[in-house]
Design a protein around this ligand. Structure first.
Ligand code: SF4
Length: 484
């Protein structure tokens, strides 16, 4: 099996001639683009880590066939694997301060591994074998997969078939013996231009009569009929027009795209669900469960960076010793470790599935994600509090370079002795990036809506919480006679 380096991965993305657009223009070489390039470099970090002696064990895994693969292509074989996943995600979140994008496809592979096994066992289909063949292709090429679940959904009060335009949910528009043809669009596609393959799944639990929407498959990102329309991010033009100091995090970033499928042909050997509506909900829930676990790792890693930046800002402001400052940093650590603890807990409490792979503890994974919908916002508030108002009124790095205004800025924006003014500005820009700028996409709204918006977790928590057990325990202690 190949274990690619980051550089080899970057080279593998060149010359693909994707139909990719950004701000009204065609993106010919995303790797070299000032806005998309840093996002692709975040994914490259998942490759380089596999060659870093300090992290190689964590960043790789051994398959049942004895092959060492990048962990991002691994099927979890134990609760240890689930725990290591979250630890790896924290390391990468800390390293990049960004969404490193490769987890979505990983979670899709693991969700499909479980669900296709069940379909074959219960229905006599042959999806699991196809999925295993696809998995071998991904592992041997050390590929990145985009996990495509979220349909654009149109009128949320209407079912897929009742939409004014039936393409608002991705669907099968033609079937032949050896292939299907699909049409539709998937929104918010993390890592779209950084991926070699796209794994498509349904977006919700479907009902009889909605068979055309119950479809899962994989296509290469280069498949004819695909268009990627990259989303804007706050301050994105700084990547193109401003000096690196103004980016806050000039090395890394994330990106998302609307991925449009215009009558894309999918060979049958790459189809993993075709009309089995009863299994669509299971697949959605498994994928969501895995990705809600993932957030316990990656967001804690970005939180590490934000805590560090807040502490540096406090030092630059000369207030590091103040008790309320120390207390705010303690609060940030407490909040951040709460997220991480949930990620670890739902992993350690995972269980083996009939497929032989492992799945997280559903209730705990949803509690993890529910915390993630809130905690990063409070972390951002505390970081901005510690940074001071300059975090949002800072002049441009070009003014710092200007012979007239540069000396003025160095004089009037100086902080505590021993801290270079420029370093003070760098740290404030980093806080700005994570809490207001392009890094905020991955740290804030993505924490809210990614892997399902808050209400989706509350539905699962309400369903999975053993309320009757809790009531029995309360009755026992209160001396209330049992009803059953
Ligand atoms: Fe990975 Fe987190 Fe980005 Fe999801 S949001 S792809 S878990 S880094």
């Amino acid at each position: 099996m190949a274990l690619r380096t980051g550089l080899q991965y970057l080279e593998s993305l060149r010359g693909r001639r994707l139909d990719a657009r950004y701000r009204g223009e065609r993106l010919t070489e995303p790797v070299d683009h000032p806005f998309v390039g840093p996002a692709i470099r975040s994914v490259a970090a998942t490759y380089d880590l596999a060659h870093d002696p300090a992290y190689a064990e964590l960043a790789t895994a051994v398959t049942p066939d004895g092959e060492r693969v990048n962990r991002f292509t691994h099927i979890h074989r134990s609760t240890d694997d689930l725990v290591l996943k979250v630890k790896l995600q924290r390391v990468l979140g800390r390293l990049t301060g960004s969404c490193f994008q490769r987890c979505v496809g990983w979670d899709a592979l693991n969700a499909l591994y479980i669900t296709t096994y069940e379909m074959d066992a219960e229905l006599g289909t042959s999806y699991h074998g196809r999925l295993r063949d696809f998995l071998r292709h991904v592992q041997s090429g050390d590929l990145v997969c985009q996990g495509a679940m979220t349909d654009v959904k149109g009128d949320r009060s209407a079912r897929p078939g009742a939409q004014a335009d039936p393409d608002l949910y991705l669907r099968v528009v033609d079937r032949a013996k050896d292939h299907i043809v699909v049409r539709g669009a998937k929104a918010h596609q993390t890592g779209a231009l950084a991926s070699h393959e796209i794994i498509v799944m349904p977006t919700l639990a479907l009902r009889p009569g909605e068979e055309d929407y119950a479809v899962s498959f994989a296509v290469p990102s280069t498949a004819p009929g695909l268009t990627f329309i990259v989303g804007r991010q706050a301050s994105d033009l700084r990547s193109e027009y401003d000096p690196p100091l103004d980016h806050g995090n000039a090395r890394f970033g994330g990106h998302e795209a609307l991925t449009v499928f215009k009558d894309v042909v999918v060979p049958m050997e790459r189809v993993f669900m075709l009309g089995e509506v009863a299994y669509s909900g299971r697949l959605v829930e498994r994928f969501a469960g895995f990705h809600r676990q993932s957030y316990g790792g990656c967001k804690a890693g970005i939180g590490d960076v934000l805590i560090g930046a807040a502490a540096l800002a406090a030092e630059a402001n000369g207030v590091a010793g103040a008790s309320h400052v120390r207390d705010k940093l303690v609060e940030m650590v407490h909040l951040n470790e709460t997220i991480y603890s949930c990620g670890l807990a739902c992993s350690a409490e995972g269980r083996e599935m009939p497929s032989g792979s492992y799945y997280i503890h559903g209730l705990l994974a949803n509690v993890c994600k529910q915390n993630v919908t809130r905690i990063p916002y409070e972390m951002a508030r505390l970081a901005q509090d510690l940074a001071g108002g300059l975090v949002c009124t800072l002049p441009s790095a070009r003014d710092l370079e200007d012979p007239e205004t540069g000396p003025l800025l160095r004089k009037y924006l100086a902080g505590a002795p021993g801290v270079a003014t420029e370093d003070r500005l760098r740290v404030l820009r980093l806080i700005e990036n994570i809490t207001l700028g392009r890094g905020a996409v991955g740290y804030l709204p993505e924490s809210l809506h990614g892997a399902g918006s808050p209400q989706a977790q509350r539905v699962v928590i309400g369903r999975e919480a053993p309320l009757e057990e809790y009531k029995r325990a309360a009755r026992l202690l209160a001396g209330i006679a049992a009803r059953d």
